[in-house]
Design a protein. Structure first.
Lengths: 307, 478
């Protein structure tokens, strides 16, 4: 609490001091909206190294965010330079002012009221045309979401998972949506308890779809709800019948059967040949060593084999 | 290799010809046995979400499969001793296939434990043992090379299965993938059909000049227990006496526990396996702990697998060379010690390039040990008793293989630093390596002594036989 009081005190001091110095150009605008008390404040300061820099700012709750830019300047340090604030490329009204060189540095500071989703975006502070710092204000991004489709089977259950990274702030709640034509339709398990089931844990959510049908294929959106906005992630579900994997299965089984049969048949034919060849050489040696009788025998056995 | 060893088998192994087809079949069987459990881990994340279980519960599937594969070793040995390699591999292939198909319809995680873990594990055990055994029956002179080539199946199949599994998962989800994997694994049956029982009727031709004397010597070597490897006596007796030997010997040869070489191998291996697989499992996590991104960490594993793939046949080839073959146990001891040194030096590696160097050296060591693992066992106990030996070894190794990675994991968790795990693994491998060196020095001395005695005994009986014949010839003449 003391820190935010100090911030407030400092801001009021700055207000007074700056107003005193810059009489021609308007000083930093005071916190515009009425409830400056209830809204917490936060400060993000960046010292520019180089020509441009981007700073990601994660916003979870409504906040009065002070963005501060500091630039060391060029070689020729001019005493004055124009300072400008932009949001998403568009110039913010009444933000153009002249910045004095103080302690060899140029300093730009502004307080922004971040209360809703439209206040999020890309805020840039520019020093003339030379230096720029971008602040990307966004709700925490979704953690690892599967980019390839999840495959489910008809009649089975599909489990779709969305996860926020451990280190990031946890969302207040999770919602699930389904693409219906062109818009997203929220999935309410209460309406169809037999089909859908949502299991939420602080940092992850699981959607269970029971009794899958092919019509259940498509995009499913998980939304992490934060006070300031919601982050969406999407996962595709693909539902197939059991015949899909059955086709390669049968193909490979057939290939195995053919190969095994071929190998065993080859072996049998070779062993028959060997057996036949073995008999032949025996008979031939018999005919050579012995007389006519054996010759007759040999030829008769050969005849028998042919039969 | 002394020709007496070939005579002990009772036939001449072909050392080529259909043997190379058998090596290819063994390549596929061994490849699936080792790579299949590892490649299934790709599906675990989705299955974990589907069944809403914790990661350790899903990791049990792999552990149960590995445990079944090792525990079913003796069963596999008994079946191979009884029926030969081919029927057992065919049955094994069908079992794994059936397990995977049943698992694809699974409704609970216990279903997966039973189908993939138990049935699948048993089926893989029925693939591994017979594949290793049949190499010993087909090869003698070129056996280390054949073993090295067959063991290369493991990294090659893993390399092929990993992207294939990813593709199947993206196209069909885990259920469809299990179904298709069931059919892919059926190719083990093709490998099994290649494992034709070796033709044992081929007789050795006598090579030396005094034909009679050598014939007598051959008979002596076949029947008298003066052979260097005393185990073969029992085998010869088995063959001659048949059923009267007793039921146990026909099923599994427990007399191996009195075989010195076998005991050395067993003790060394049990200690070694505590630190064998853990560094592979923790390579990627260690890299990520050092701050390296996920893809580069995974690439380290690919480098390791690639080096492993090429070093295994090379090791087989080296093991076959005439300088190393007679003293192949020292080569194995060197490989084990080298592995240990690698792990001890790993914590010194800094940055990504240091880890790449470590991955290369580790791949070398891992491949060398894997290629020689079963070759040295065959060298020690001989092809006849190898089947029983490998069954006994795998069931006893079951414990260290399963306990190794969790113990290493516990070390990492307790100390919060990976270096103590690497020191432990290094010690677990260096100690057996030195143990092997010392014990095998004495073992070789004993074997050489026995061989000298047997040769001397042969010469004596040979002279006596010649003298007897001469005196008989004199008598007939006179």
């Amino acid at each position: 609490m003391t820190a935010s009081w100090k911030q407030l005190f400092f801001q009021i001091l700055l207000l007074v001091f700056c107003r005193h110095i810059n009489t021609k150009t308007p000083g930093p605008t005071p916190p515009p909206l009425a409830p400056s008390g209830p809204l917490p404040t936060d400060v993000r300061s960046v010292v520019l190294k180089g020509e441009s820099q981007t700073e990601k700012v994660e916003v979870v709750n409504q906040v009065n965010l002070t963005l501060e830019c500091t630039w060391a300047g060029n070689r020729d340090k001019q005493p004055n330079i124009t300072g400008l604030w932009r949001k998403d490329g568009d110039e913010i009204e009444n933000s153009l002012l002249t910045v004095q060189l103080e302690n060899e540095q140029y300093n730009l500071k502004r307080v922004f009221n971040i209360v809703s989703e439209e206040n999020l975006g890309n805020y840039s502070c520019l020093f003339g045309n030379e230096a720029r710092i971008d602040f990307v204000l966004a709700a925490p991004h979704m953690g690892e979401v599967r980019d390839k489709p999840i495959v489910g089977y008809v009649g089975d259950t599909a489990v779709i998972l969305c996860k926020m990274e451990e280190s990031k702030p946890k969302p207040s709640t999770w919602n699930w949506y389904r693409m219906n034509g062109t818009d997203k339709e929220q999935i309410l398990p209460a309406a169809e308890p037999h089909r859908y089931e949502i299991k939420n844990q602080a940092e992850k959510t699981k959607l269970l779809v029971h009794n899958l049908t092919e019509a259940d294929s498509g995009l499913y959106y998980c939304a992490a709800v934060y006070p300031i906005s919601t982050t969406m992630g999407h996962v595709e579900l693909k539902v197939i019948t059991f015949f899909e994997p059955l086709k390669p299965f049968i193909a490979i089984v057939v290939e195995v059967i053919i190969l095994v049969a071929a190998i065993l048949l080859y072996e049998r034919s070779r062993s028959k040949k060997n057996y036949a060849a073995g008999n032949e050489t025996n008979d031939q040696s018999n005919t050579l060593t012995q007389g006519e009788n054996n010759g007759l025998e040999g030829s008769s056995s050969m005849r028998q084999r042919k039969v | 290799m002394p020709p007496a060893a070939a005579t002990k088998l009772g036939y001449t192994p072909p050392d080529g010809g259909w043997g190379w087809a058998v090596v290819f079949g063994a390549f596929i069987s061994i490849g699936f046995s080792y790579a299949f459990p590892k490649s299934l881990t790709i599906y675990f994340k989705e299955i974990q979400e589907y069944f809403s279980v914790s990661y350790s519960q899903i990791a049990w599937v792999s552990s149960v499969m590995l445990a079944s594969m090792y525990a079913a070793g003796p069963v596999s040995s008994i079946l191979v001793n009884r029926y030969g390699s081919r029927p057992v591999v065919l049955v094994g292939g069908v079992m794994v296939s059936a397990g995977m198909v049943l698992a694809s319809f699974g409704k609970t995680i216990v279903h997966l434990y039973l189908c993939v873990g138990v049935i699948g594990g048993f089926g893989l055990a029925f693939n591994l043992q017979p594949a290793l055994t049949i190499i010993g029956t087909y090869f003698q002179v070129k056996r280390p090379l054949a073993n090295g080539l067959a063991m290369t199946g493991s990294p090659v199949v893993l390399f092929t299965l990993a992207p294939l599994n990813q593709f199947l998962f993206d196209s069909f989800g885990w259920r469809g993938s299990f179904l298709i994997l069931g059919s892919i694994v059926l190719n083990c049956c093709v490998a099994g059909s290649l494992m034709r029982p070796v033709n044992k009727t081929a007789r050795q031709k006598p090579k030396t000049e005094p034909a009679e004397c050598n014939g007598a010597a051959a008979e002596e070597a076949a029947t008298v227990d003066t052979s260097a490897q005393s185990d073969n006596l029992l085998t010869e007796e088995n063959q001659s006496e048949g059923r009267s030997q007793g039921c146990v010997h026909r099923f599994i040869d427990v007399s191996l526990f009195r075989h010195q070489g076998f005991l050395i191998y067993l003790i060394g291996n049990v200690v070694m396996f505590f630190g064998f697989f853990a560094p592979v499992v923790f390579l990627a996590p260690y890299a990520r702990h050092q701050g390296i991104d996920e893809y580069s960490a995974a690439f380290l594993l690919s480098i390791f697998a690639l080096v492993d793939m090429f070093i295994r046949p090379t090791t087989g080839f080296l093991g076959n060379s005439k300088w190393i073959r007679p003293r192949i146990q020292y080569f194995f001891s060197f490989a084990v010690s080298y592995n240990g040194l690698c792990h001890l030096l790993c914590p010194l590696a800094s940055g990504y390039s240091g880890l790449v160097v470590y991955a290369v050296f580790f791949g070398l060591g891992f491949g060398m040990v894997s290629a020689l693992l079963f070759e040295v066992l065959m060298d020690l106990v001989g092809a006849h008793r190898f089947s029983s030996a490998v069954g006994l070894v795998t069931i006893i190794e079951c414990g260290p293989v399963l306990l190794g990675p969790p113990i290493s994991g516990a070390l990492v968790d307790i100390f919060g630093d990976y270096k103590y795990m690497y020191y432990a693994c290094g010690v677990f491998m260096l100690a057996p390596g030195i143990f092997f060196f010392i014990m095998h020095y004495f073992n070789y001395k004993r074997l050489d002594e026995e061989r000298r005695q047997s040769v001397a005994a042969e010469m004596r009986t040979c002279e006596e036989a010649v003298q007897l014949k001469m005196s008989q010839a004199d008598k007939t003449d006179g």
